[in-house]
Ligand binder design. Structure first.
Ligand SMILES: Nc1nc2c(ncn2[C@@H]2O[C@H](COP(=O)(O)OP(=O)(O)OP(=O)(O)O)[C@@H](O)[C@H]2O)c(=O)[nH]1
Ligand SMILES: [Mg+2]
Length: 315
C-alpha cells in the first residue's frame, strides 16, 4: 500500500549563527546558501527544494532574528518574520552551544530574543519543530533542560537534535517534516532544487568571501550587485564556454573601501580569486570576474539607501 505524498513549505527560523543555512545546505546535499562563523550572514529569504519518494519540502532559509538597529537589520528581520506567513511548518533552529551553556549555568536558557522568537511562532499558529543544532559539540544530557525551557514557552510538534555540520539526526528531522506537511502532490518537478537566480548566487558567493576575509563592521556594510552577467559566450555546457561577470562591491565609507581593496589591491584580489573558483563550479564554465568597489554613503541606515543599492528589490 502506498502512503500519500506530502508537500509544502517549511521556514527555517532562529537567531543569527544558529546554523539555518548550514542545515539548508545539508538537507539539499549541496551549497545553496552562504554561511559563515559571523552572525547575520543571510540577508534574504532563500528557497531550496528537497524531494524524495514520499515528500517534497520547499525550505525557506531566513535571516537570523535579532535586535535590529539599522534599516538593513530591520529589513532582514522583517523578511524572516514575513516568511512565517507563507509556510506550512516552522523549524526553529536553536544553537545548542549557546543554549546548553546557559542551561548549565544559572542564567535562564532563553533570553529576550529567544522569547521573541517563541512569541512569533506561537502567533503564527504553525506546527513547530524545535531543531537542537550543533550536537556534535554539545554533550547530550544538556539537551533536556533546553527542550524543557522551549516547551514551557511554546507547544512544539517535536524536538529533534541534529548536527547540520555532520548530518547527524537530519533523516529523523525529514521524517518529522514529512509527517507535518499536508498531503499534496509535489509543487515542483523533482529536479528543481532551488528558486534563486544565478545572478543572486553570484552576488552571494562574492559576499561570502567578504564575510570570511574581512573583520569588524566591513562585512556588515557591504553589499554586492552584479552589474553585468554576460553569458553570450557560455557555450554548450562542455566547460569551455565563458561567462563574464562585472560586480560592484558597495560599502558605506571611504575607509571600508580602502580595507576591501587592500594594500596594492591585495584584498580585492583574494576575494575575487576565491569567488571565481567557486563560480567556475557553480556555472560549469570558465569565468571572468571583475569587481569594482564603490561607496554608497550610509546605505544600511535608510530605506532610501537600501533602495539605492538594490537590496530593497531582493527577496
Ligand atoms: N559545530 C557545528 N557548527 C555548526 C553547525 N551548524 C552550523 N555550524 C556553524 O555555525 C556557524 C553559523 O552557521 P550558519 O549556517 O551560517 O548560521 P545561520 O543560522 O544561517 O546564520 P545567519 O545567516 O547569520 O542567520 C558556521 O560557522 C557553521 O559552520 C553544527 O551542527 N555543528
Ligand atoms: Mg544563514
Amino acid at each position: 500500500m502506498s502512503e500519500a505524498f506530502h508537500c509544502g513549505y517549511v521556514a527555517l527560523i532562529g537567531r543569527p549563527n544558529a546554523g539555518k543555512s548550514t542545515l539548508l545546505n545539508r538537507i539539499l546535499g549541496t551549497k545553496l546558501a552562504i554561511t559563515s562563523a559571523k552572525p547575520q550572514t543571510t540577508r534574504n529569504r532563500i528557497v531550496g527544494i528537497h524531494s524524495d519518494e514520499r515528500m517534497q519540502a520547499v525550505l525557506v532559509d531566513t535571516p537570523g532574528i535579532h535586535e535590529a538597529w539599522t534599516e538593513l537589520n530591520r529589513s532582514m528581520v522583517d523578511r524572516a518574520k514575513a516568511a512565517l506567513d507563507d509556510v506550512d511548518v516552522a523549524a526553529w533552529i536553536g544553537d545548542m552551544t549557546v543554549l546548553a551553556r546557559r542551561a548549565e549555568g544559572d542564567t535562564p536558557v532563553l533570553d529576550e530574543v529567544d522569547l521573541r522568537i517563541a512569541e512569533l511562532l506561537r502567533a503564527s499558529n504553525l506546527p513547530v519543530i524545535f531543531v537542537a543544532n550543533k550536537i556534535d559539540i554539545v554533550p547530550h544530557p544538556l539537551l533536556l533542560p533546553v527542550i524543557e525551557a522551549v516547551t514551557q514557552q511554546l507547544e512544539i510538534a517535536a524536538a529533534i537534535p541534529v548536527s547540520a555540520l555532520t548530518g547527524d539526526g537530519v533523516p529523523g528531522l525529514l521524517d518529522e517534516v514529512t509527517r507535518l506537511l499536508p498531503p499534496s502532490p509535489p509543487l515542483f518537478p523533482p529536479e528543481d532544487w532551488a528558486q534563486v537566480t544565478e545572478r543572486f548566487l553570484v552576488s552571494e558567493i562574492v559576499r561570502e568571501k567578504i564575510f570570511h576575509l574581512t573583520e569588524q563592521e566591513v562585512p556588515y556594510a557591504t553589499h554586492v550587485v552584479v552589474r553585468q552577467f554576460d553569458e553570450s559566450a557560455r557555450g554548450e555546457g562542455d566547460g569551455r564556454g565563458l561567462v563574464r561577470i562585472f560586480a560592484d562591491v558597495v560599502v558605506e565609507r571611504e575607509s571600508q573601501k580602502g580595507i576591501v581593496i587592500g594594500r596594492g589591491g591585495e584584498m580585492l584580489k583574494r576575494i575575487g580569486t576565491l569567488a571565481r573558483k567557486e563560480l567556475v563550479e557553480l556555472l560549469g564554465c570558465r569565468v571572468y570576474l571583475e569587481l569594482f568597489v564603490r561607496v554608497e554613503r550610509d546605505w544600511t541606515r535608510s530605506a532610501r539607501g537600501l533602495r539605492r543599492v538594490g537590496f530593497a528589490d531582493e527577496p
